[in-house]
Every structure is written in structure tokens, then in C-alpha cells.
Design a protein around this ligand. Structure first.
Ligand code: ZN
Length: 129
């Protein structure tokens, strides 16, 4: 049976598990590949727990979205402390607080609720204190 991509990566998403290249150590996320993006060689990958803290590399704040979305909706590209790059929603912060280099931490919670089917994933909030 073919499993939809959402379900295949659900476990990895929920725990921020990436795949480390056995040749160069680069971490792929969210899926493992047959060829490494960094060393460009066919490789084997092993599961790797990614860090929960990182820094914002780039961000956007969406103000106009289809009905059903809360706005403003801040989204950021984040380099995690172990080198993996992820894309995620920012929470518990004002748009004005966002800046490149801001230290953030992943928080695992319900990402969306599809007709009673809860999908857990991560969101990021600024590191406080
Ligand atoms: Zn590699």
C-alpha cells in the first residue's frame, strides 16, 4: 500500500529526527535520500536526533492568507545547532521581535487537527531568559 508523504514523515516531524550521511555527516530532513546533498555521492543515512535550538536565517510574516488561517503568520528558516536547516512556524512572539540570528527553540504540539485526526509537529518560539 502506498502511504501518503504526510504520514511517512509524521514520526520524523513529531520528533525532529533527521538522517545523517555516513560519508560526510550532513543531516537531511525531513526524508533520507540515496544521494547526499552536500557530498553529492551515493551514501547511506542513519537516523539522527536533531537539536531543538537554533537561529533564524530568514523569515517572512504572512498577512494575507485564505480563510481559516490566523494572520499575521510568521514563518522562519532555522539552522539547528547540529547543522540541519528546517522551516517552521514561529509562535509566542510578535512579528517585530523576529530578526535574523534570533535564538529559537522547537516546541512540539498539535500542528493541525484534520476532522479529529491530530497531527503533531514542531513550531518555534524565541529562547527567553
Ligand atoms: Zn554526505
Amino acid at each position: 500500500m502506498h502511504t501518503p508523504p504526510t504520514w511517512r514523515i509524521a514520526r520524523e516531524n513529531a520528533r525532529l529526527i533527521g538522517y545523517r550521511c555516513r560519508r560526510c555527516g550532513f543531516i537531511e530532513f525531513p526524508e533520507s535520500r540515496k544521494t547526499c546533498k552536500r557530498c553529492r555521492a551515493p551514501s547511506e543515512f542513519e537516523e539522527a536526533q536533531m537539536g531543538v535550538r537554533g537561529r533564524i536565517v530568514s523569515f517572512v510574516v504572512q498577512h494575507r492568507l485564505p480563510e481559516g488561517f490566523e494572520t499575521p503568520l510568521p514563518l522562519a528558516v532555522i539552522d539547528l545547532e547540529n547543522g540541519a536547516r528546517v522551516y517552521g512556524q514561529m509562535i509566542e512572539c510578535k512579528s517585530e521581535e523576529l530578526e535574523v540570528g534570533l535564538e529559537v527553540e522547537a516546541d512540539f504540539r498539535v500542528f493541525y487537527d484534520d476532522a479529529g485526526l491530530r497531527v503533531y509537529s514542531y513550531k518555534f518560539h524565541p529562547v527567553r531568559g
